[in-house]
Design a protein around this ligand. Structure first.
Ligand code: ADP
Length: 532
């Protein structure tokens, strides 16, 4: 026994079927009620994909009832029963085929869209041929119009499926679509207005030449598909279809069937284009996610390196704080006369404490959220900070680090902590490379120059350069030549810079004082320059 839920859904489906069949019942042909656009077929296919083979009976019932209510059984009741059963069987087979990859995979990729279109094309042709064959067998149709009849039936059904099925399959995500629509309301309204105006020009003003002037309709449809992907394409197709039915209904000048052939091309173009755009949007979203995941990994992978930066940054204010407090202690010795320098010393101590806590807060923000807070900052000062953190290691390894970054360089817009991490990584890599290769010339050069709206900061070393087997892949995660390396430093450095509108590249050899070596170049936007 079918459950109450199934019966309710079946009843709603049958009512919807009859309603859309009635709404789409325009310019019927061949005294058989063959209409140029069969939205009810689109509804049936969506219902069958959703319900599976058990939806076949409600579909046959809906087709039969609609034949009675909307068309008044033009070819007799036996023909009506036979065609209803035929339609239900054929579309159930199609639905079962389409369901195999799950309803969610209906048209999001161009390959899925092509599969969907191909399967529907075959099935609708078959249904049309079967329908006309039944009519011929019943003697309801002369043989000489059989081919034309199949073509007309096919166009109507195929268009109905293309305009409604993908949209109905997507319906469960309507909340997401509504949110996107609200966010870009103006654009959507403008597109709708342009589409409506173009249709009015073609189907009302130039009604008797609508076929000749149909092609401008491609422009708004392509615009919509490019901006909204596959969902936009199907909504646009439906809007065009409804508009067309509405506008051409009274005019009667343009033959709907001929227009429907053109509509078919339009809808197919929009659907495939929309699917291509959707796929590209999805790939971009995946890239963004990967960048974010990398940035997260960075926060952990660089924890060790950050510890030394942290020690350096905190060491200075804490040492100063301790000396100011000691001085204050001496100045405040009981019995001594009040020293006017005491409040000033305490004030200095307080500001050092504030400096230390702001360093901590910045680091905590970075580790907990990973968000970049770009502010104007001086590259010369930032480089000095990073170099200071490496003093001990440079001395130990005998590497000379020359910094040629002019303090007059205009400030760049960047997140101080993240940029420090990137520079830290690059300098550490350069030292590693020089040490491992045992290079005779041990030199790292940091230089910067302004280029238009940005500053290029180069870090070149006299090491052996990036090994040829990894040269093209150093920015990919987990590419490393070091025994204990994670291969994340460069990948994450690049994603951190990109998130701030900058870039990190490897420009090969030509290093400090040697023809060998590696050279990494950072591009950073100037403060005040427009972000990309
Ligand atoms: P890791 O340092 O953990 O290996 P990175 O992403 O920082 O990860 O570096 C990836 C690889 O790029 C290194 O293993 C090394 O082979 C190469 N590389 C990076 N910087 C240099 C450099 N300055 N000179 C030569 N090779 C380098």
């Amino acid at each position: 026994m079918p459950g109450a839920g199934f019966l309710l859904r079946a009843a709603i489906f049958i009512a919807a079927y009859i309603l859309v069949d009635w709404l789409g019942y325009l310019q019927p042909a061949l005294q058989l009620g063959i209409t140029p656009w069969n939205p009810q077929t689109g509804v049936s296919l969506a219902y069958l994909i959703w319900q599976g083979p058990r939806g076949a009976l409600p579909v046959a019932l809906a087709a039969l009832l609609s034949e009675v209510v909307v068309r008044d059984v033009p070819a007799g009741s036996i023909a009506a029963i036979a065609t209803s059963i035929w339609i239900a069987i054929a579309y159930t087979v199609l639905a079962v085929f389409l369901r195999r990859r799950g309803p969610a995979a209906l048209v999001p990729r161009p390959a899925d869209a092509a599969r969907f279109v191909g399967a529907c094309l075959g099935a609708t042709l078959l249904v049309g041929a079967g329908f006309i064959a039944i009519m011929l067998a019943m003697g309801a149709l002369p043989e000489n119009v059989a081919l034309g009849g199949v073509a007309r039936y096919w166009v109507g059904d195929f268009n109905g499926v293309l305009t409604l099925t993908p949209l109905l399959m997507w319906a469960p995500s309507w909340r997401k679509g509504l949110a996107a629509l609200r966010a870009r309301r103006r654009e959507a309204l403008l597109q709708l207005a342009v589409l409506g105006f173009t249709m009015w020009m073609i189907f009302v003003v130039l009604a008797d030449q609508a076929l000749r002037f149909f092609y401008p309709l491609f422009l708004p449809m392509i615009w919509i598909a490019l901006r909204w992907g596959v969902v936009g394409a199907v909504v646009g197709a439906l809007a065009t279809q409804v508009g067309l039915a509405f506008m051409v209904q009274d005019v009667n000048a343009a033959p709907l069937f001929d227009l429907q052939f053109l509509m078919l091309t339009l809808n197919l173009t929009a659907l495939i284009l929309g699917a291509t755009v959707s796929e590209r949007q999805r790939a971009q979203a995946q890239l963004r996610e990967r960048d974010e995941a990398l940035a997260r990994a960075m926060r952990f992978a660089t924890a060790g390196e950050m510890a030394s930066a942290l020690t350096h940054e905190l060491n200075q204010p804490i040492t100063a704080l301790v000396s100011y407090l000691r001085a204050a202690e001496i100045l405040a010795t009981p019995g001594e006369a009040h020293d006017a320098r005491l409040p000033e010393t305490l004030g200095k101590a307080a500001s050092e404490a504030i400096r230390a806590s702001s360093v901590l807060r910045r680091l905590r923000d970075f580790y907990s959220t990973g968000q970049a807070t770009c502010a104007p900052l001086s590259l010369a000062e930032l480089c000095q900070n990073v170099i200071a953190a490496f003093q001990e290691r440079l001395r130990r390894t005998g590497v000379l680090l020359a910094c040629d970054v002019a303090p007059e360089l205009p400030p760049v817009a960047a997140d101080r902590t993240q940029l420090e991490i990137v520079l830290h990584n690059l300098v550490a890599n350069a030292i590693d490379a020089i040490v491992v290769a045992g290079s005779a010339i041990r030199r790292i050069e940091i230089s910067a120059e302004r280029q238009g709206d940005s500053v290029r900061l180069a870090i070149a070393d006299s090491g052996p350069g990036v090994a040829t087997d990894v040269a093209g892949r150093v920015f990919e995660p987990f590419v490393t030549t070091k025994p204990g390396g994670m291969g994340l430093g460069l990948a994450i450095s690049r994603s951190l810079l990109r998130a701030q509108g900058g870039e990190l590249d490897y420009s090969g050899a030509d290093a400090a004082g040697s023809r060998e070596g590696a050279r990494f170049v950072l591009r950073l936007p100037l403060a005040g320059a427009r972000r990309e």
